[in-house]
Ligand binder design. Structure first.
Ligand code: NAP
Length: 252
């Protein structure tokens, strides 16, 4: 079903979890990959060496640093010899329940979360969009979350960042459509990754699984399948769409 031979793909946060599964699937179906890592250089190098095909590389990026984004995208384009698809996947989740954190911690959580999950991806869209405009073609897929709509009571900045990412994506889908640039969103519910490992192995794990009538959480590969579907040729009319993947745990 998927054929990405010759496509050049940039994936933020490709070291682990969903980003790793997305990278593996694109490479398996013929794409050349540039992934970014934040702290896990060894994981990134190991992944690059394990991928199908040979024209892949990894680049260090702190997406919350506005000055790093342009250089990293330029380096990735230069390595790949072009760019076709961008996946804004890197993200963080910080618990900051309103009555349990100091005001300083509240501030820090809001700043870090919004800079990483919303402003960073917006900056990636700025530079990737500018490149795609010249090329008159490109696809941007942003990884949001169920929490954008369902709410995140102990991590309101996370919920707000993902709601903002949805709004950013839909605004850009309209703004960039005349330039043949696609913008779509994949919004997972709970997925088994490092981000959720602690809570899923706690006493809350079974309650979280039971939120879905499938009585389980998602796997990174399932999220990667939806990303691939949006990224494939022939899905252009889905621009502006948000694909919910949450095992019917939250229907809207
Ligand atoms: P994860 O396993 O925790 O991996 C996070 C990735 O983001 C890593 O590659 C990490 O790089 C990178 N990263 C973290 N901070 C960064 C920064 N400041 N700059 C650049 N990269 C940074 O996460 P995941 O569960 O796969 O989640 C991936 C995406 O899906 C996120 O946007 C998340 O919000 C979203 N999502 C996840 C779930 C879930 O249940 N897991 C549900 C809904 C949405 P290093 O490894 O180098 O540190």
């Amino acid at each position: 079903m998927f054929d990405f031979r010759g496509k050049k793909v940039f994936i933020t946060g490709g070291t682990r979890g969903i980003g790793k599964a997305v990278s593996e699937k694109f490479a398996k179906h013929g794409a050349d990959i540039a992934i970014t890592y934040f702290k896990e250089k060894i994981l990134a190098k190991n992944l690059i060496n394990s991928l199908s095909g040979s024209n892949h590389n990894c680049f260090q990026l702190d997406i919350s640093d506005k000055d790093q984004v342009q250089n990293t995208i330029d380096d990735a384009i230069s390595f790949l010899g072009g760019l076709d698809i961008v996946i804004n996947n890197a993200g963080i989740f910080i618990d900051h329940p309103i009555f349990e954190v100091t005001y300083d911690d509240w501030q820090d959580s809001w700043h870090s979360t919004l800079e990483t999950n919303l402003i960073g991806p917006a900056n990636v869209c700025y530079f990737a969009g500018s490149y795609f405009k010249k090329k008159k073609k490109g696809k941007i897929i942003n990884i949001s979350s169920r929490g954008a709509n369902r709410g995140e009571p102990t991590a309101p900045a996370y919920g707000a960042s993902k709601a903002g990412l949805n709004a950013l994506s839909q605004s850009l889908a309209i703004a960039l459509a005349p330039y043949n640039i696609f913008v779509g969103v994949v919004a997972p519910g709970f997925v088994e990754t490092d981000m959720t490992a602690e809570i899923l192995s706690s006493s809350k794990g079974d309650i979280i699984k039971s939120q879905s009538p499938l009585n389980r959480v998602g796997q990174p590969e399932e999220i990667a399948n939806a990303v691939m579907m949006m990224a494939m040729d022939g899905m252009e009319y889905a621009t502006g769409s948000i694909i919910d993947l949450n095992g019917a745990s939250y229907l809207r």
